[in-house]
Every structure is written in structure tokens, then in C-alpha cells.
Design a protein around this ligand. Structure first.
Ligand code: HSE
Length: 291
């Protein structure tokens, strides 16, 4: 059995109101070279190997173990889908090594089960902007949102890490009907605005009342950074996934991108928050085998 190299992109989930169901792929890539034939103690703890093993189990094949060489560009625990990239890589090379016993639906189902929600793993595997949810029987129902505008992203990635389980643990177990209605309306508006090319709706359509207010206390500068991005001309801005990264959507041309980059840099300086500003294009492509 030969080595395989796979790439998987960073992703941003929720997009503001679409908690656990909206996500997009970003042009920042992890690369994994997997060589079969080495079972190790990492197999239960390493997410890439757990995902790979899940494919072998699903296919009813003996798991051979893999040695991994990873180039990790998607920084861990920042809200940019590092777990989803790991899972997408693992399911993809394992499926390839087995001669593709699982089809796309099978890979999506397995990857979502390993992650626990589909909003990062679906764009990580398939690329683009995606709406994704799981049916009660575990099937992943998903579709691409066609984006009828020239859109790009500017992110502020703080040095501080926040593990997703911690950020999910802060959420209430029930919410007010008014907040649920607020998000249903904006999540629907967001998808329609992207598909119909209505950038003027994105500011309102990316607002949220289900998760950001509970998570921002972990990263208080986040609210100031979001406001700064909007003042600098962002079309919409939100916490990326479970945070703490904040992501601003804007028209893909130099001027708004530069203004938002500067706004993030100066606000982070004023707030004394170390971090990195990244201009990341949206990626139409998801995880793939390189060789
Ligand atoms: N929808 C998830 C959350 C994304 O907000 O917790 C992070 O994995």
C-alpha cells in the first residue's frame, strides 16, 4: 500500500445566525501525507487517525494504522475548522486507500458523526458555501449556496485558543422564541442574499442571538473588532465557528480588504490583543487527494 497526500481547507461555520448549519471553505490548506502500516497509541487520540479508522470500520476492513506527516496551516482551536480539516483528511485518505468503498454521502455522514455537527466538515470536504444539517437517521442533507457577488474574507485570529467543547458548553440549553425567530429570519435572509446578490442585506443577515453573546465574554475584544470591521466597510462580520477568530466578509477588491485589515490591526493594538490578520479568499474546492 502506497503513501497518500491529501489537502483539506480551513472553514468558517455559523456565518453569524446559521448555528450548526451554515459554513464556508477558505483558501488556507492543511496537508497530510499518510503511509499505511503503522498502528500506534495515537490512533485513539489523533483526530485524523480516528476519522481514518471510522472509514475502515464502516467498510468492514481491518485497520492497518497510518504514519502521518502533517503540514498544519489551519491553527488549532481558533474557530477556523482545524478539527474538520483533520477529519476530512482522515476519511479521504482512508477511503482512497481502500479503493473508495464510501460514496460522497457516506463520507459526509461519517465525517459529521465524528465531528458532532456538519457545518464545518461539509464545506471542508466539498468546498464552497454550504447549508448542511443531519436527518434523524444520520444522513447529511446539504447543498451549495451559489454566491452571486464577489466576496472575500478578512480574519483576525487571536493568539488565544478556545477549544470548541468549552465554547459549546457556554450555550444555554433553551432560548427565547424571539431569539430563535431572530436567527431563523437572518439565516434565511443570508442564504437568499448570497444567492441573489444582495450585499446590502448582509450586515443585518449576519446578526445572531443564539451563540455569539454567550461566547464573546471569553474574548471581550471580539465585539470591538466586529464593530471596527463594520465601520471599515465590511458587508457583515461574525465570530468564526466557536471563536475566537472574528471574520469580516467584504467585496473582493483591494480597498475594502485593506481598510478592514488596518481596522483589525489598530483595534487589536488598542485592545492589547495579540493575533494575526489574514485575508482569506473563499474556496470553491474542498478536500482532495493530491497524490
Ligand atoms: N457550529 C459549531 C459551533 C462550529 O458554533 O459550536 C464550531 O465547531
Amino acid at each position: 500500500m502506497r503513501s497518500l497526500v491529501v489537502r483539506a481547507p480551513a472553514t468558517s461555520a455559523n456565518l453569524g445566525p446559521g448555528f450548526d448549519c451554515l459554513g464556508l471553505a477558505l483558501n488556507l490548506w492543511n496537508e497530510v501525507e499518510a503511509t499505511p502500516g503503522r498502528v500506534s497509541a495515537d490512533d485513539d487520540t489523533n483526530l485524523i487517525l480516528r476519522a481514518a479508522r471510522a472509514v475502515y470500520d464502516a467498510a468492514g476492513e481491518p485497520y492497518p494504522g497510518f504514519e502521518l506527516r502533517c503540514t498544519n496551516r489551519v491553527i488549532f482551536n481558533r474557530g477556523l475548522g482545524s478539527s474538520a480539516a483533520a477529519i476530512a483528511s482522515g476519511v479521504l485518505f482512508a477511503n482512497e486507500a481502500l479503493g473508495k468503498p464510501l460514496d460522497e454521502a457516506g463520507l459526509l455522514r461519517l465525517a459529521s458523526a465524528v465531528e458532532g455537527h456538519p457545518d464545518n466538515v461539509v464545506p471542508a470536504l466539498l468546498g464552497g458555501v454550504r447549508v448542511a444539517t443531519c436527518a434523524e437517521d444520520g444522513r447529511v442533507l446539504q447543498t451549495r449556496v451559489p454566491v452571486a457577488m464577489r466576496l472575500t474574507s478578512v480574519c483576525f485570529v487571536p493568539e488565544m485558543a478556545i477549544p470548541t467543547p468549552h465554547a459549546r458548553g457556554l450555550l444555554p440549553s433553551s432560548v427565547a422564541m424571539a431569539d430563535a425567530v431572530f436567527n431563523v429570519a437572518r439565516s434565511s435572509l443570508l442564504v437568499a442574499a448570497l444567492a441573489s446578490g444582495a450585499p446590502e442585506l448582509l450586515a443585518e443577515a449576519t446578526r445572531d442571538r443564539l451563540h455569539q453573546q454567550y461566547r464573546l465574554p471569553l474574548f471581550p475584544a471580539g465585539a470591538t473588532l466586529l464593530e471596527a470591521a463594520m465601520r471599515a466597510g465590511a458587508l457583515g462580520a461574525f465570530i468564526s465557528g466557536a471563536g475566537p477568530t472574528v471574520l469580516a466578509l467584504c467585496v473582493s477588491s483591494d480597498e475594502p480588504v485593506g481598510r478592514i485589515e488596518e481596522a483589525f490591526e489598530s483595534t487589536a493594538r488598542d485592545e492589547n490583543v495579540p493575533g494575526t490578520v489574514l485575508h482569506l479568499a473563499l474556496s470553491e474546492r474542498g478536500a482532495h487527494v493530491v497524490g
